[in-house]
Write a protein that binds this ligand. Structure first.
Ligand code: PLP
Length: 341
């Protein structure tokens, strides 16, 4: 147990409740979990252990170092970015590549082979082999556990969603794949037609809400920062770099151990909010690298060494800051003590 003046409170019950909700919405399909980028910044090992305990069996990371970091947990991990020559030697036994290109397919066939996953591009033009290559037999004879595709706009109501779904559904029976998987968090909310055999939520597990169907998804992560100093600022004095804030009246200010190097970016300058109990404490002036000033007249007892919670509900904070929910959650830095309750 370390004692950083900055911590990330993580609600394990909310994480598990979110996964259970997404599993129910998956309409009988298995529900996996995307834990790339260190579990969207919350700590992949902790996330995997909690979700595996709840019954989750399929985990997704981006690169092989992330799979190796989970190797001893004994869960099945799919590596979304596929496999390079350099990755062939150090593969944990429980990890499969998601083959994305014809070269990756050839590399996998030339190696010791075994079960793999395959990504097919159905219109996003990001990763994946083409539908035409599938039709031409590129995958014939491969031992495919999961055939996947990825939706480009599942958080919007656009015709491309149904087009991608139809293109993907047409591949059923065209490969030896045991399962098919299309939907991320937003895709799950598009309805049962999108669930296929396995869903792959990420952001909604961690408190992201992108569609009305995510209404009861709960917040998982709350940053908390300690007060380093409390001071009085006189009317007409300024606070912070470049004097962007001038006190309109005498006021009480607290300076927090939190800054843009922790992922609390400059866009929260003059906009963000902290809370001490019910008191709402607005950010004033510019966010510094390691420090943030808040107005604390509403919290007369708040003193040096006390903790405040930072408003960080993902949809609301995205709307306030202009950052995406993904950037908000993955951007939280290394100086937080991640503390699960
Ligand atoms: C990141 C990712 C997911 C999870 O997406 P969310 O929008 O976070 O639910 C699912 N599938 C693939 C291929 C991904 O890259």
């Amino acid at each position: 147990m370390t004692h950083s003046p900055l911590r990330l409170k993580l609600d394990g019950d909310a994480l598990v409740a979110n996964w259970r909700l997404l599993r129910e919405m998956s309409n009988g399909a298995a529900c996996g979990a995307a834990v790339k980028a260190d579990g969207y910044g919350l700590g992949a090992r902790d996330v995997v252990q909690r979700l595996a305990g709840a019954g989750c069996r399929d985990f997704f990371v981006a690169v092989w170092s992330e799979a190796r970091a989970l190797a001893d947990l004994g869960v099945a991990v799919s590596v979304l970015h596929g496999i390079r020559d350099a990755d062939m030697a150090e593969r944990p036994a429980n990890a499969r590549p998601v083959l994305n290109t014809a070269d990756q397919v050839r590399r996998w066939r030339a190696g010791t082979g075994g079960a793999c996953d395959v990504m097919v591009d159905t219109g996003m033009n990001r990763l994946g082999i083409s539908v035409e290559d599938v039709a031409a037999g590129l995958l014939d004879g491969l031992e495919i556990e999961t055939l996947m595709s990825h939706l480009a706009c599942a958080d919007e109501d656009v015709p491309l969603n149904a087009q991608q779904r139809t293109a993907f559904a047409a591949l059923r029976g065209r490969t030896g794949a045991r399962r098919m998987s299309l939907a991320n968090s937003a895709g799950i909310a598009l309805g049962p037609d999108y669930a296929f055999d396995l869903t792959r939520p990420g952001i909604a597990l961690y408190g992201g809400r992108q569609r009305a169907e995510h209404g009861t998804i709960r917040q998982v992560a709350t940053p908390q920062a300690q007060v380093i100093q409390r001071r009085q600022v006189r009317a007409g004095e300024i606070v912070g770099y470049n004097a962007t804030f001038t006190a309109p009246a005498d006021m009480e200010v607290a300076v927090l151990n939190l800054g843009y190097a922790d992922g609390y970016l400059r866009c929260f300058s003059g906009k963000g909010r902290a809370r001490a109990g019910d008191a709402v404490l607005p950010v004033i002036g510019r966010i510094s690298m390691d420090l943030t000033a808040i107005r604390v007249d509403a919290a007369p007892a708040l003193a040096e060494g006390d903790w405040v919670a930072i408003d960080y509900a993902l949809p609301e904070t995205a709307a306030l800051s202009g950052l995406s929910q993904y950037e908000l959650i993955t951007g939280l830095g290394k100086r937080f003590d991640r503390s699960w309750a």
